[in-house]
Design a protein. Structure first.
Length: 133
């Protein structure tokens, strides 16, 4: 099975039908016939939780439960991923969360799915397979 690493922007796009690329992400996250294992780093999960905090407080929205229901695996970074993220610190305009998403894709040998053009460019430069949504 192939591995896909999600950045926070992809998850937020799935949660908001008004966002550009929503239909593409719905298809990516698909159903039972999905052939790609989708992984979200806990670092990127923190970014998602930050963005949906108001909805969680106002309406009891459970982002973690929703992601699990969609079959997204939430994975804590290991030492190799942390080192990889640290090595990417010299790339301008990449947040720490972006660097963790890219490092996770690199270490896991997976495709990075992102809504961020700068991150997509950095992935290409690092020879990591990437799909910009």
């Amino acid at each position: 099975m192939r591995v896909g690493i999600l950045d926070a922007g992809v998850v937020l796009t799935r949660l908001s039908p008004r966002r550009k690329g929503h239909a593409h992400v719905v298809k990516l996250m698909g159903g039972a016939g999905r052939t790609t294992r989708l992984i979200l780093s806990t670092v990127n999960l923190a970014e998602v939780l930050e963005h949906v905090r108001g909805l969680a407080e106002a309406a009891g929205f459970d982002a973690v439960g929703t992601l699990r229901h969609l079959g997204v695996e939430i994975e804590a970074p290991d030492v190799d991923v942390a080192r990889g993220a640290a090595q990417l610190a010299g790339i301008d305009d990449l947040s720490l969360a972006d660097r963790f998403a890219l490092a996770t894709a690199r270490v896991r040998g997976g495709r990075l799915y992102t809504t961020d053009g700068v991150l997509a460019d950095a992935a290409r430069a690092a020879k990591v397979a990437v799909t910009r949504i």
